[in-house]
Write a protein that binds this ligand. Structure first.
Ligand code: URA
Length: 483
C-alpha cells in the first residue's frame, strides 16, 4: 500500500487542512494511507509528501467534493484542539462523506462523529473560558496599552482574538500565551509567536483598588460556591485579581449573612464612595453571578456619566431568558426609578410586545450604557446621546450580562445598542431586522429604537415607524422565552 504525507501549517488552519484534504481526495489517497504532519514533525514511515511535488502539480481535476457547512464549521473548531489525531479523524470523516455517507453527521452514535463533537465542545469551552478569564493589565508608562497573559488548553488564540478586538476596539492590547500571541493596535489584529508570563505586567495600579472594591460589593447572601467553581475553575484563579480574596470571603460568608439578618434595616446609601481614579479595570466583569455583576455595576466609575446620574440602571429580567433586548441608555424616568424601559419609550415597547403576544416579563431588558446622559435646561434634564467612549466604558457590563444570561437571541434597539453589540459602523437602516450570528453563536438583529418611533411627526411617519419596529420584533414570536 502506497503511503503519502501532508503537512499543515499552522496546524489549526482550516484553509491549510482543507487544501491538503482536497489534494488527498483528488488523488484517491485513503485515510489509512495518509500521514498528517505539522511543524517540524517527520513522517514515521518516510512517506513522500503530496504537496509541492509532481504529485500536486499533476493532481487529477475531478469535480470538487461539496460538504455541508456544518461539517466545515465542525472541522474549523476541531482543528483548534490539541489532539494530534484530529487531522486524520476529520479526513476520515470527509472521505466517508465523499464516498457515499452523505448524512454521516446526522448519526450521533458514530464513533468518529462522537469524537469530533467531543473535540469541538472542548474547544468551545476553552474559548468561552478565554473570553471570561483574560485579564488585561495596563503597561506601565504607556497610555491605553494593555497586556494579558493566558494559558489556553487548545489552539484558540486566532479563533478568540477577534472577540477581544470587537470588545476592546478602542484600546491597544496584546494577549500572550505560551504558543501564540495576538496583538491589536486599535485598527488591525496580528499574530505572533508565544510569549512568557514575565513579559506581561503582573499587577496594575488599579488592582488593589479593585480588590478593595470587590470585597465591598461581594454579597455573601448571594454566594453559591458550586456555581462559582463551575463557572470559574481553579486553574484560572491565578489570573484574577480578586481570587486572592475569595477563600476568606467564602469562609466569612456565613457569619456575614447572620449579621445582615440581625442588623436593623438601614436607609440605603446613595453611592458607594469609590474615588474616580478607582475605576475598575477593563475586564472587571469577573463577578461570578448576574447579581454580583449588578452589584459591581452599581458603583461603576468607568466614565464620568455616573456623577450627575442618580444611579446605575442595570438590566432586568429572568436570568434564563432566551431573548435579550438592548436599548441605548436609561432616560429620565429610568434614572429616577432604577429600572430600564419604564418611561415613554418603554411604554411604546410594551405596547408593541403586547400586540405581538410577547410577554415582557419573560425578556431580559438592558441598555448599552447604564447611566443617564443628559443636559440641564432649566429644571429639565434633556436626553443627550451617549458617545462611543461611554459605550466602550460600559461594554464590560453588557458583555457580562450576555455571558451570564446567555440568551439565544439579542435584539438591539437603535444604533447605539447595535454599535455596542456589532461594533462601530453598523448601518441600522440598511440592516434592521436582519439576523446576524455573533462570535459565541448567539443570533442577533437590530431594529429601530422606540424613542425614534416617538420622535416621528406627520401623518404617516409615526404609523410607519411603529409598524417597522413591530415587523422586526415579530421575529421573536416563535422563540420560547425562557430556557
Ligand atoms: N431608552 C432606552 O434605550 N432605554 C431605556 O431604558 C429607556 C429608554
Amino acid at each position: 500500500m502506497a503511503r503519502w504525507s501532508v503537512r499543515i501549517d499552522p496546524p489549526w488552519s482550516l484553509q491549510a487542512w482543507r487544501d491538503a484534504a482536497r489534494l488527498a481526495l483528488r488523488h484517491a489517497v485513503a485515510p489509512e494511507q495518509l500521514d498528517w504532519l505539522h511543524g517540524e514533525e517527520a513522517s514515521l514511515l518516510d512517506a513522500p509528501s503530496l504537496q509541492g511535488t509532481d504529485a500536486e502539480a499533476g493532481a487529477p481535476h475531478d469535480a470538487p467534493t461539496y460538504v455541508a457547512k456544518v461539517f466545515v464549521e465542525l472541522a474549523a473548531t476541531c482543528l483548534c484542539h490539541r489532539d494530534p489525531q484530529r487531522l486524520s479523524l476529520l479526513y476520515r470523516m470527509l472521505w466517508r462523506i465523499a464516498h457515499g455517507e452523505r448524512s454521516l453527521l446526522s448519526n450521533p452514535t458514530d464513533p468518529d462523529v462522537l469524537r469530533a463533537m467531543a473535540l469541538s465542545q472542548a474547544v468551545r469551552r476553552d474559548s468561552h473560558k478565554m473570553k471570561a478569564f483574560v485579564r488585561f493589565r495596563e503597561v506601565p508608562g504607556q497610555q491605553d496599552a494593555f497586556i494579558a497573559w493566558f494559558e489556553p488548553e487548545h489552539h484558540i488564540v486566532d479563533r478568540v482574538a477577534p472577540f477581544f478586538a470587537r470588545r476592546f476596539a478602542g484600546m491597544r492590547w496584546a494577549i500572550l500565551t505560551p504558543g501564540r500571541s495576538a496583538h491589536w493596535d486599535g485598527q488591525a489584529l496580528s499574530f505572533g509567536p508565544g510569549g512568557r508570563q514575565s513579559d506581561a505586567p503582573t499587577e496594575d495600579a488599579r488592582e488593589e483598588l479593585w480588590r478593595t472594591y470587590y470585597a465591598n460589593i461581594f454579597n455573601p447572601a448571594r454566594l453559591n460556591t458550586r456555581m462559582m467553581q463551575q463557572e470559574m475553575p481553579a486553574k484560572y484563579w491565578k489570573h484574577l485579581p480578586e481570587a486572592t480574596l475569595l477563600p476568606q470571603l467564602v469562609r466569612d460568608a456565613g457569619d456575614r449573612v447572620q449579621e445582615m439578618h440581625d442588623r436593623q434595616a438601614q436607609a440605603p446609601r446613595r453611592r458607594i464612595p469609590v474615588p474616580a481614579t478607582g475605576a475598575p479595570a477593563v475586564t472587571d466583569t469577573a463577578p461570578a453571578t448576574l447579581g454580583a455583576l449588578r452589584d459591581a455595576a452599581s458603583a461603576c466609575r468607568r466614565c464620568p456619566l455616573w456623577e450627575p446620574a442618580t444611579q446605575t440602571v442595570f438590566g432586568e429580567g429572568p436570568p434564563n431568558a432566551s431573548i435579550m433586548l438592548v436599548g441605548e441608555q436609561p432616560g429620565d424616568s429610568e434614572d429616577l426609578s432604577g429600572h430600564p424601559f419604564v418611561g415613554p419609550a418603554g411604554q411604546l415597547l410594551d405596547r408593541a410586545l403586547r400586540e405581538l403576544g410577547i410577554e415582557r416579563s419573560a425578556l431580559y431588558l438592558t441598555n448599552a450604557v447604564k447611566h443617564f446622559r443628559f443636559e440641564r435646561r432649566g429644571k429639565r434634564r434633556i436626553h443627550s446621546k451617549p458617545q462611543l467612549t461611554h459605550v466602550n466604558a460600559c461594554r464590560p457590563w453588557l458583555m457580562g450580562e450576555i455571558e451570564k444570561v446567555r440568551p439565544q437571541v439579542i435584539v438591539c434597539l437603535g444604533a447605539t445598542a447595535a454599535t455596542a453589540v456589532f461594533g462601530a459602523g453598523f448601518n441600522l437602516m440598511a440592516n434592521h431586522g436582519r439576523w446576524h450570528v455573533l462570535d459565541d453563536a448567539t443570533r442577533a438583529f437590530a431594529t429601530v429604537h422606540p424613542s425614534w418611533v416617538l420622535r416621528q411627526t406627520g401623518d404617516e411617519a409615526p404609523g410607519n415607524a411603529y409598524q417597522l419596529l413591530k415587523n422586526d420584533l415579530q421575529q421573536l414570536v416563535e422563540i420560547k422565552p425562557t430556557r
